[in-house]
Ligand binder design. Structure first.
Ligand code: FAD
Length: 377
């Protein structure tokens, strides 16, 4: 099999996810989805097994790997970016839990996540620790043998929804370094606070989460004594999925802009017939192809346990930068219509800015890349 040739399973999943998402790519005026609608779509997607893609079969999942997850997230993103981001957050949470949890605890907590009965969320960012994600203020308190509690504030948590139970994969300072925790939304002391309204990503469930002397259930301390490198290992997967999101959203931008350029006449010809417009579309298509052909090899190497951190930093850096440019270019191609809230392209453009920030800014990716090139901090 060639480096860029997908396995039969990946191809089938891509086809299935493409069909599933494309039916929602609305005709006419673009309407932002609402949160209940998104949650219902997530449940439908979970019904097809995608919520359990990265969870081992022994824990009720599909036991698939990163190439399959990338294909599904990319296809969902081309039609329904919010659903794709919810799925990417969920998969990141499930994968992180399985990386660090004890077998007996995972047997209990993972099956409902793999079935999509609970949403998985990643609580990395804090009000005072964004790019400094490895220096959380949240602290773990151990009281005797049986009781563990955590206090701290997490913010911008995708999938922290008021409407449905979720499990929060989060991190706190401990005596041994960093502790990875999996806390159910029902835990005493876990409260949803501010609901964020982003400039894009309308409808996405995203709240601040307050942990106030929050009781961590038995098995909820997945691993104590983690360091920055461990968290970066988890972020490799998250950033790979973020790059898959960019590829899907970029494809949608290209399709929207090309369709408009084919039907719009100005200067006595279709826009697509003007060389300057055609060149713009050709540039976007080139960036997209280069991104897509880098995704599969990186996903395979991550699945195979190879050190792919530098490549994934590059993917994070390149994909989010390229997408914003592609979306901005597509908005302009569609003229003022592209700039209205009724156009899907303006939604993709606003969403593209958020993708630059998701799970770490591009500066974090640059810092990491510089480090892996051996440059001093
Ligand atoms: C749509 C969306 C969904 C999100 N979902 C989640 C989620 O599910 N879970 C979660 O935990 N978070 C989530 N986030 C939050 C996101 O991960 C953080 O906003 C991001 O990591 C940046 O942190 P910050 O906002 O605190 O910015 P800061 O870290 O304060 O950065 C501010 C600016 O300073 C720059 N900067 C910071 N440090 C350095 C440095 N050392 N050198 C140079 N420049 C630097 C940054 O690049 C940035 O431009 C989400 C964000 C968005 C937009």
């Amino acid at each position: 099999m060639g480096e860029c040739e997908e396995s039969e399973l990946t191809r089938l999943l891509r086809e299935q996810a493409g069909g599933f998402a494309s039916c929602r790519a609305g005709a006419g005026g673009w309407e932002p989805p609402d949160t209940p609608g998104l949650l219902s779509r997530f449940r439908e997607a979970a019904g097809l097994g995608w919520a359990g893609l990265l969870t081992s079969e022994g824990y009720g999942g599909e036991g698939a790997g990163w190439p399959e997850a990338v294909a599904v997230v990319e296809e969902l993103a081309a039609g329904e970016p919010r659903l794709a981001l919810m799925m990417a957050s969920h998969l990141t949470c499930c994968r992180g839990a399985e990386m660090w949890g004890r077998e007996d605890a995972l047997r209990e907590v993972l099956p409902p996540l793999a079935r999509g009965e609970r949403l998985g969320a990643l609580g990395l960012t804090e009000p005072e620790a964004g790019t400094d994600f490895d220096r959380p203020r949240a602290a773990l308190m151990v009281r005797g043998e049986a009781e563990v509690a955590v206090s701290g504030n997490k913010c911008f948590v995708t999938n922290a929804a008021a409407e449905t139970p979720f499990s929060l994969l989060t991190f706190a300072r401990s005596k041994s370094g960093l502790a990875a925790l999996l806390i159910p939304s029902e835990a005493p002391g876990l409260h949803l606070a501010h609901l964020y309204r982003f400039s894009g990503w309308e409808g996405l469930p995203n709240h601040a989460v307050v942990l106030q002397d929050c009781r961590v259930p038995a098995g909820g301390v997945l691993r104590d004594g983690l360091g920055r490198e461990d968290l970066l290992g988890m972020l490799d997967g998250a950033w790979l999925l973020a790059a898959a999101l960019a590829a899907g959203m970029g494809r949608a931008c290209l399709e929207e802009a090309a369709a408009y350029a084919r039907r719009r006449e100005q200067g006595g010809a279709r826009l697509a017939g003007h060389q300057s417009a055609a060149f713009r579309l050709a540039d976007t298509a080139t960036g997209l192809e280069l991104l897509r052909t880098s995704l599969l090899p990186a996903a395979r190497r991550l699945r195979d346990g190879e050190d792919v951190h530098a490549e994934i930093c590059m993917l994070k850096l390149h994909s989010a930068g390229w997408l914003e440019e592609a979306a901005s270019c597509a908005v302009e191609m569609c003229g003022s219509f592209g700039y209205t809230l009724d156009s899907r392209i303006s939604s993709l453009w606003r969403d593209s800015k958020g993708l630059r920030l998701l799970w770490g800014t591009r500066e974090l990716a640059r810092l990491e890349l510089a480090r892996s090139l051996g440059l001093p901090k």
